[in-house]
Design a protein around this ligand. Structure first.
Ligand code: ARG
Length: 457
């Protein structure tokens, strides 16, 4: 049909250039479909056997790189079918019985994405592991915790890192949930209305590893909400990665000097020999942008699209593929990069200004019976006094303290970063016992995920 059209039109309308990456899933779907047609007596066993053999040959040709993709073929379905005609002759024409490219492409994308989500989750597991390993390497290190990028209260470095573990674990849960809606088998929907042959959808679903059948043929060929959902999962995941990447950039700066990123993940400057630029962390931070773009792209393709299939839906793929690639590459780079990070725990400790103990002074007064607001006012006045006299809080004498409130006793002089951290002994808090149990819980969860993965291999 396209033969009569110009090359430019072919180029514009075709998707073979990018949808060829679906070939394994396309062929697996066709094989399952052909076998079912034979089981149901819709085509003969001999014809189905020929078709299946031909499809396996094509898969091997593409695997080996021997397959010649003809740009005249509009998409991967046409490319495979054209080759099948060459290999097995007219019987190839029977494969498309009870099927349309509309349910075929929905099937391919769903199978492809299901496999990619499994890969993404393995890589994410590895990144979560790397985060926890880093925390395990420095279980006692203290640093200033920040709000507004101002030193706020001291926290354990491990506690800060475990915040990322939580984010990445929720990202994994989102993917696990997303795959439930991806793993639905659309074949049998035909072009949009279903097919008039006695096909057996359940057996195809079983053979292809689907948990569910789509329940409305129009919906099955028309929607790509599962693509939008995956792109959203990817965008949120990379948003989290961008925050970690940003902190790696900050922490490895001369001013912070909290960490050193391994040589493989930094670059020198050709004119400034002292520099170790955190390029990979910067790139990971920036890659987030394309995943946001990809999410907006699919949402916009789907917006106001009348039912059912429209060619617009072909535009679901490039943004999906780009998110898949970006997410996988970024996860793998960041997992490896984190394993090279070394922390300068002394530097982290030294960077803490003892202004971070101001909350502890207020808490001290609360323990002596003052309402928190009043205690806060006194602590603020003391901090101001320290600033005015150029003293650190730890240099303030008991007499000076007492000028601000008679409730201060000499135990106020015991205030320290370590005590401040230990005092926050609530579930989810930064006290060492809490962080130790959070680390144990994370380690336990990762190990059981790894065991489950092994047993399903
Ligand atoms: N290349 C098409 C896509 O990606 C396949 C389905 C084409 N169907 C059609 N009726 N033109 O959506």
């Amino acid at each position: 049909m396209l033969e009569s059209k110009s090359y430019e039109v072919q180029e514009y309308a075709g998707s073979l250039r990018f949808d060829r990456r679906l070939y394994r899933h396309d062929i697996a779907g066709s094989i399952a479909h052909a076998r079912m047609l034979a089981r149901q007596g819709i085509v003969s066993d001999a014809d189905a056997a020929l078709i299946v053999q031909g499809l396996e040959t094509i898969r091997d040709e593409i695997d080996r790189g021997d397959f010649i993709f003809d740009p005249a073929d509009e998409d991967i379905h046409m490319a495979v079918e054209a080759r099948l005609f060459k290999l097995v002759g007219e019987v190839a024409g029977k494969l498309h019985t009870g099927r349309s490219r509309n349910d075929q492409i929905a099937l391919d994308v769903r199978m492809y994405l299901r496999d990619e989500i499994a890969d993404v989750r393995r890589l994410l597991h590895n990144l979560r592991n790397a985060v926890v390993e880093l925390a395990e390497r420095y279980p006692d290190a203290v640093m200033a915790g920040y709000t507004h990028l101002q030193q706020a209260q001291p926290v354990l470095f491990a506690h800060h890192l475990l915040a990322y573990y939580e984010m990445f674990t929720r990202d994994d849960e989102r993917l696990a949930d997303c795959v439930k809606r991806v793993n639905v088998m659309p074949l049998g929907s035909g072009a949009l209305a279903g097919v008039p042959y006695p096909i057996d959808r359940e057996s195809v679903a079983r053979e292809l590893g689907f948990d569910l059948l789509s329940t409305n043929s129009i919906d099955a060929v028309a929607d790509r909400d599962f693509v939008a959902e995956f792109n959203a999962c990817g965008a949120i995941l990379l948003m989290h990665i961008s925050r970690l990447a940003e902190e790696l950039v900050l922490w490895s700066s001369t001013e912070f000097g909290f960490i050193r990123i391994g040589d493989g993940f930094t670059t020198g400057s050709s004119i400034m020999p002292q520099k170790r630029n955190p390029d990979l962390a910067e790139l990971a931070r920036a890659k987030t942008g394309r995943t946001y773009g990809n999410l907006i792209a699919i949402l916009t393709v789907l917006k106001s699209l009348p039912l059912s299939y429209n060619r617009d839906l072909q535009e679901d793929k490039e943004s999906l593929f780009d998110t898949v690639d970006t997410v996988k590459n970024t996860l793998s780079i960041c997992g490896a990069m984190l394993r090279t990070v070394e922390a300068d725990t002394a530097r982290m400790r030294d960077a803490i200004r003892d202004g971070v103990l101001a909350t502890d002074i207020a808490d001290y007064l609360v323990c002596k019976g003052l309402p928190f607001r009043e205690a806060h006012r006194i602590s603020a006045a003391l901090s101001q006094h320290a600033r005015d006299t150029g003293k650190s809080l730890s240099a303030i004498s008991l007499e000076e303290y007492r000028r601000f409130s008679p409730l201060f006793g000499d135990d106020i002089l015991n205030l320290s970063v370590e005590r401040s951290v230990s005092a926050r002994n609530v579930p989810g808090g930064t006290a060492p016992t809490q962080v130790r149990s959070a680390l144990n819980a994370a380690r336990h969860m990762l190990n059981s995920e790894a065991r489950r993965e092994k047993s399903t291999d």
